[in-house]
Every structure is written in structure tokens, then in C-alpha cells.
Design a binder for this molecule. Structure first.
Ligand code: HEC
Length: 98
């Protein structure tokens, strides 16, 4: 019984390690979706690290706004978080925050 448990533990850690390796070796970061940018900082983030970097940058912005007492969410500027379509105010709002 104990050895079975051990085997399961070993197998699950091998599996977990495999997952880490496979996600790290995926073809680099996921690229951003937009092809033209209005905001240099967003373009720079996308060029540097793709979608993940852009998200990080956006998150930092919402955190900054929050610290300044303005509660904004991704959905304040994006209609959805699939293709990141902007709301009519999205761009203007972002420029105000930069
Ligand atoms: C104040 C408005 C605003 C908020 C809040 C905001 N975004 Fe954005 N986001 C924008 C704008 C505007 C762009 C496009 C900039 C451009 O065209 O240069 C953008 C671009 C992006 C992109 C790149 C999309 C692409 O097609 O390349 C991602 C990813 C993104 N936002 C994720 C997020 C996430 C995740 C959050 C929440 C943590 C968030 N955004 C919050 C305004 C905002």
C-alpha cells in the first residue's frame, strides 16, 4: 500500500515536471493580437514578451490606478478578454493613465 502511494507520488511529480518543461518550451510567448498600436508602451510590451507581457503591463496600470483611488478593471476598457476588443472609451482612458 505504502509503495503504491509512493509510486503515485513519484509519477505525479514526474508529470508535474513534464508540464513545466512543456509550457516553457512552447514556441516562445504568445504574440499579441493587434497589428497596429496607438500606445508605444503597449507595443513595446507586445514586442518584448507578447500577450503575457502586455497583460502584465495592463495589470500594473490597473494596480497603479487602484493605488490612486480609481478602481478600474480590464472590462472598463476591453469588451472582452478574448480578443481584447476595446470599449469606446478604452484608448482615451488608457492615455490618461500613462
Ligand atoms: C484604462 C483602459 C485599459 C484597462 C483598464 C486595461 N486595458 Fe488592456 N488595453 C487598453 C488599450 C487602449 C489597448 C490597446 C493599445 C494600443 O492600441 O496601442 C490595450 C491592449 C491590451 C492588450 C494587447 C491586445 C492586443 O491585441 O495586442 C492586452 C493583452 C490587454 N490590453 C490586456 C488587459 C488586461 C488583462 C487588463 C486588466 C488587467 C487590461 N488590459 C486593462 C486599455 C486598457
Amino acid at each position: 500500500m505504502i509503495s503504491r502511494l509512493r509510486l503515485a507520488l513519484v509519477l505525479s511529480s514526474v508529470f508535474a515536471a513534464g508540464l513545466v518543461v512543456s509550457s516553457a518550451s512552447a514556441d516562445g510567448p504568445k504574440p499579441c493580437l493587434k497589428t497596429t498600436y496607438e500606445v508605444a508602451q503597449v507595443k513595446a510590451a507586445c514586442d518584448k514578451g507578447g500577450l503575457d507581457e502586455a497583460k502584465k503591463m495592463m495589470k500594473a496600470l490597473t494596480d497603479k490606478a487602484k493605488a490612486a483611488g480609481k478602481e478600474i478593471k480590464c472590462n472598463s476598457c476591453h469588451e472582452n478578454l478574448k480578443d481584447y476588443k476595446l470599449t469606446p472609451n478604452g484608448l482615451a482612458d488608457l492615455k490618461k493613465l500613462l
